[in-house]
Structures are given as C-alpha cells and as structure tokens.
Write a protein that binds this ligand. Structure first.
Ligand code: C2E
Ligand code: MG
Ligand code: MG
Ligand code: MG
Length: 288
C-alpha cells in the first residue's frame, strides 16, 4: 500500500520496499513504460550569480509522475534505473531534451545535466553528447555536466578519457554533491572540472551560530579558488544562509530561496526576463 510522507506525496516505492524483488520488478516495468510512453518530464531549477542575483542557468531535474502512485523522487528511481540498465535510455532522453529546451533560451543562460556514473563508463558518451548538442543547435559551452565523485570509485581508465574528451569539446564539468562522499582532493584533479557544487548538507544551516558548516563552505570555496574553479552553493532556503554564502563568496547559488525546479515553459519565461531574480525564502527570526 502507498504511504504518504505528510505532504500529500505517495511514497509507495520508498523505505525498505525496494528490497522486495517483486516490487522492484514492478518499478522496473513501470519505469520502462514511462521512458517510452512520455511518463518522464524535466523540470528546471534556477542557478543564480550570487553577487548580482541574476539568473545564469538552470539544472535539469528529471520527474516521474506515476499514473497510480503519483510523483516518485529521482532519489528513489535513479538508483533502480542504474541497477536495471534503464539509466542509459533515461540519461539519453534527459540529455537530448535538456539541450533542446536550453537551445530556445538566450545565449547567456546555461543548462546543467546530471550524469549517472554508469553513463560515464560508456565510451559512446562523448559521441552522444556531441549529437545531442548538434541536433539541438546548442553551443557546447552552454552545457554543464554534473558528476559525483562516485564516478572515480572504480579505477576505470576509460572514464578518465571520456571526461577529458568532454572537456576538450568545450562542455563544462562540475563535481556535484561535494563534501558528501570520500572527498579525497585527488578527485578534483581527475577531470578538467570548472565548478564545485557544495552539497546542501553544508549549505542549509550555514548561518547557524557556532556551527561548523560555514567553515566547511569557506574552506571549499578557498580550495576551488586556488584551483581556478568556481562554486555553487546548493540548497539555500533562507536569507540568513544566503547572507553567509554571499559573505563567503560562493560564485553561484541554487536553492528554494530563488526557486524550485519548474516546467520548461516557466523556465523559458525566467530565462528571457532581464530583471534580477528576487530571493523570497523565509526570513529567520533567530536572534543574531
Ligand atoms: P542533485 O543533482 O544534487 O540535485 C539537487 C537536488 O536538490 C534536487 O532534488 C533539488 O530539487 C534539490 N534542491 C535544490 N535546492 C533545494 C533547497 O533549497 N532545498 C531542498 N530541500 N532541496 C533543494 P531532486 O530533483 O529530487 O533530485 C535529487 C537527485 O536525483 C539529484 O541530486 C540527482 O542526483 C538525481 N537526479 C535528478 N535528475 C537526474 C537526472 O536527470 N539524471 C541523473 N542521473 N540523476 C538525476
Ligand atoms: Mg546535480
Ligand atoms: Mg547536488
Ligand atoms: Mg544532492
């Protein structure tokens, strides 16, 4: 039976349920159906330059609306897609669609697409990316590919070559969720990264007094600076956290304070608007 998470969303597939082989097979079948039958959509979350509060791009985030179980989080279905091999088809669909949508935006607006580590082990990836860009008519410099350090967990020489090739094409590479994994500094040198995305777990609550999060964000920004990379702070929801992130000097901000991921039509309107994007997060009452 479906559970509710209290916000009206079903959690049929969450919790320990996917350990059940029957349930997993059902998810796999439903997900395959969604991939071929227009059951997946892409939403786009604004990424804002911290200093100017102007929009610089969007991150494409995949959504699955299940006909019976409602919205299912990518955090739930992407791992299943990875285990069942569906990730290649889903990843290609995401990439092609994200490029097509972004090609309609003004040229200064970029698009960030998440790659599963499995996609990165596929030697066909650079050709696929090249084709998606060409078909959409999108300049490689406008595409940013987000990968996590788990890409490097298996020493795979093909992975490194693939990432070098993507970088050489002019596509920008970003290390996503920085700080959550092993975060050996060596990962930063294994691909031509242009950007570090600082994980929400360090950003959200960065303004807490006596907390250590701000110190970690600060150290990460200093590291990125000295390596010639820029940073995005992910998961900024409050004015207090935004103040801290701004003071520390993160290049970009992405978080509910500037907006959740929205459908392509809404993203298009934002992309064409010249006005700065206003932070509208909750103001904290906490005394300073
Ligand atoms: P991610 O790449 O780190 O994406 C950021 C996630 O943080 C998104 O969740 C976004 O909605 C959420 N987020 C952004 N700002 C805030 C905030 O201020 N507060 C809170 N509470 N959350 C915020 P989402 O869309 O549920 O995606 C979760 C993860 O699923 C992504 O993490 C990414 O790892 C994966 N994912 C999503 N779309 C794709 C895709 O197309 N391909 C692949 N391979 N993975 C994807
Ligand atoms: Mg990401
Ligand atoms: Mg992230
Ligand atoms: Mg994340």
């Amino acid at each position: 039976a479906a559970k509710s998470d209290g916000r009206g969303k079903h959690r049929f597939y969450e919790g320990g349920m996917h350990r059940n082989a029957e349930t997993r097979r059902q998810i796999e079948n439903d997900l395959r159906g969604a991939l071929v039958g227009n059951g997946l959509t892409l939403n786009f979350q604004p990424i804002v330059e911290t200093a100017s509060e102007t929009l610089v791009g969007f991150e494409a985030l995949v959504r699955w609306h299940h006909p019976r179980h409602g919205e299912i989080s990518p955090a739930t279905f992407i791992p299943i897609a990875e285990e069942t091999g569906l990730i290649d088809g889903i990843g290609e669909w995401v990439l092609r669609n994200a490029c097509m949508v972004a090609a309609k935006w003004p040229e200064h607006i970029g698009i960030a697409v998440n790659l599963s580590p499995i996609q990165v082990t596929n030697p066909q990836l650079p050709a696929l990316v090249m084709n998606a860009l060409a078909q959409a008519g999108l300049a490689p410099e406008r595409l940013e590919l987000e990968i996590t350090e788990s890409v490097f967990l298996e020493e795979n020489p093909a992975t490194r070559a693939t990432l070098q090739r993507l970088g050489a094409m002019g596509v920008r590479l970003t290390l996503d969720d920085f700080g959550t994994g092993y975060s050996g500094f060596a990962y930063l040198t294994k691909a031509p990264f242009k950007k570090i995305k600082i994980d929400r777990s360090f950003v959200s609550g960065a303004a807490e007094r006596g907390g250590q999060k701000a110190a970690i964000v600060k150290a990460t920004v200093a590291l990125a600076d000295s390596l010639g990379m820029i940073t995005t702070a992910e998961g900024v929801e409050t004015h207090d956290d935004l103040d801290v992130i701004r003071r520390i000097g993160c290049t970009q901000v992405q978080g509910f304070i500037f907006g959740k991921a929205v459908p392509w039509a809404e993203a298009g309107i934002l992309a064409r608007s010249e006005a700065p994007i206003a932070p509208n997060g909750v103001k904290s009452n906490r005394p300073r």
